[in-house]
Design a protein around this ligand. Structure first.
Ligand code: HXC
Length: 510
């Protein structure tokens, strides 16, 4: 028995050594942790149980039969995060650059299947160069199997991808089909084809950072949802995110006890809206004052800043906040903001997370750049997402709700459950100046007459009461009591039941 135990330990040590001491040192020198070190940070202490530690690839081409590493470049298993089960896989860059062989794929498929069967989130840590080149179609087939499982798990369990090294091919397409992607600045890259291929095919010279670094993907492409300075900061925030999310689409998110009173009055909100209707203010202040203290977790904070998408808690329960941000582009809806918010709304709806929407929107962004870029289809995504969502929807109009954007932003007409407005709300087809100029063309060149027309329009629509008289706004509330009103609304809606008609799936304008 003793010999058997010694042999087991020897084999375990061999597997834990990955691609060997030299490659592990190189990994550390690049500022990266190894796959196992990362799992230690991500999971509760001593909670990790590993599967398939002794699996080896079966490739015999290109001298591969003499190069075998137990575990074959990916560490898989399950563990807990603050006591809740999660399934994990972590690519080991020290073994063939973390590339995916058929057996490596089988290991990932196993945890994907178990995660769905047991209704628990799955988290992938990526540091890998895609399909293993020596395996050819076997590796491609392996990725196909992983992709198929990503799709079947979508909307059933949360899938989170963390990019922690150079990632290409399948190691970017699989994350792309998951719910959230986080990156590490300076060490992680995502591209379908790397800088060398780019140079060969397009003759474009570009660095890995410029092509697919964390800044590119969090500010320009919107492929990634957040970026961090190092592996540890990133993994610690992923733990926070897991705490916010339900384990599956049939579970509720954990309730985190809070000392923050549900009926906290915030007198400062009474003066949040500036006197001038065009002056900006920071919508984040409203989110911070309404959510439980310290509970916000923003998604895509650096992209399309004219809309805020953030998880947060009210009375300890997870909600999704969507809010126009007057500080950027006056909070206008453009293609990027519409896509960003649509994705968030659909995630919340899939996982039964109530949506709280704060509206201050002057409309959709006019211009050729937007129209040529498909604003009609992108704006429609957000409209569609809100309209199909059946989770509790609580909306507050703080100031402007103009034009189509009024309809889009979780209005009563899209089955908003509780629609509040502050007394400062202005709900109209467009801003008073634009309206007067169209309605009274003859007065265009007569500033005095035009000013009178603008004032008339303002007096009629620059308030919430016209909408409230029709029942499109349920109540005009005092800003200082916003947290209390929203908390009560969410309590009311806790048992909400609403189903859309049966269909195979909708045809959202993609
Ligand atoms: C086999 C690979 C590999 C791969 C890297 N390695 N990628 N082995 N298959 N795909 C090995 C290297 O040979 C090297 O081995 C070690 O991993 C580290 O790689 P380096 O190149 O030295 O590291 P670095 O300079 O940091 O560059 C990392 C990289 C680069 C950017 C990932 O290696 C690279 O471009 N790899 C190829 C990416 C790729 O085109 N993959 C195929 C995608 S197709 P040693 O022994 O020296 O340690 C795909 C299809 C899926 O995935 C379908 C998509 C829809």
């Amino acid at each position: 028995m003793k010999d058997v135990l010694i042999e087991l330990e020897r084999r375990r040590d061999e597997a834990r050594a990955g691609g060997g001491a030299k490659r592990i040192t190189a990994q550390h020198e690049r500022g990266k942790l190894t796959a196992r070190e990362r799992l230690e940070v991500l999971l509760d202490e001593n909670s990790f149980e590993e599967f398939d530690m002794f699996v080896e690839h079966r490739c015999t081409d290109f001298g591969m039969d003499s190069q075998k590493y137990p575990g074959d470049g990916v560490v898989t298993g399950w563990g807990t995060i603050n006591g809740r089960q999660v399934f994990v896989f972590a690519k080991d860059f020290t073994v063939f650059g973390g590339s995916l062989s058929w057996t490596h794929a089988e290991k990932i498929m196993k945890v994907q299947d178990m995660a769905v069967r047991n209704r628990a989130p799955i988290i992938g840590l990526f540091d890998a160069g895609g399909a293993r080149i020596q395996e050819g179609v076997a590796a491609l087939g392996g990725y196909g199997e992983v992709f198929q499982r990503n799709v079947l798990a979508s909307g059933v369990i949360p899938q989170i991808s963390v990019i922690m090294g150079p990632c290409a091919g399948g190691d970017v397409y699989s994350p792309a089909m998951t719910d959230f992607i986080f990156m590490v600045r300076g060490t992680s890259y995502m591209f379908v084809t790397g800088p060398e291929v780019v140079k060969t095919v397009t003759n474009e010279t570009v660095t890995a950072e410029e092509l697919g670094g964390a800044d590119v993907h969090t500010t320009r492409s919107s492929v990634a949802d957040g970026a961090y300075d190092d592996d540890i900061a990133c993994l610690i925030d992923v733990r926070r995110l897991v705490d916010i999310l339900p384990a599956s689409n049939v579970a509720t998110a954990p309730v985190l006890p809070t000392e923050d009173p549900w009926d906290r009055i915030e007198m400062s909100l009474d003066t949040l809206i500036p006197d001038s209707p065009t002056a900006p203010y920071d919508m984040k202040e409203l989110l911070e004052k309404v959510a439980d203290e310290g509970s916000l977790f923003e998604i895509q904070a650096a992209f399309a800043k004219n809309i805020i998408t953030s998880f947060g808690r009210i009375e300890g329960k997870t909600v999704g906040f969507v809010a126009n941000q007057p500080l950027t582009l006056a909070g206008v809806l453009d293609s990027d903001a519409s896509r960003k918010a649509a994705r968030f709304v659909r995630f919340c709806d899939a996982f039964n997370i109530p949506i709280v929407t704060f509206v201050d929107v002057p409309g959709f962004l006019p211009g050729t750049a937007q129209e040529y870029g498909g604003l009609i289809k992108h704006g429609a995504k957000l409209l569609f997402a809100y309209a199909e969502a059946t989770v509790p929807k609580v909306t507050l109009i703080t100031r402007k709700a103009y034009g189509g954007a009024y309809d889009v932003m979780a209005s009563k007409h899209l089955r908003g459950d509780i629609n509040y407005a502050w007394p400062t709300a202005e709900i109209a087809v467009m801003g008073p100046k634009g309206a007067a100029e169209i309605l009274y063309r003859a007065d265009r060149d007569n500033p005095e007459a035009l000013a009178k027309r603008i004032k008339e329009y303002e007096d009629r629509f620059a308030n919430p009461f016209v909408a409230a008289e029709r029942g499109f706004i349920d109540e005009v509330i005092l800003p200082h009591s916003t947290r209390r009103r929203i908390a009560r609304a969410l309590r009311l809606l806790q048992e909400k039941r609403l189903e859309n008609p049966w269909r195979k799936h909708d045809t959202i304008p993609l």
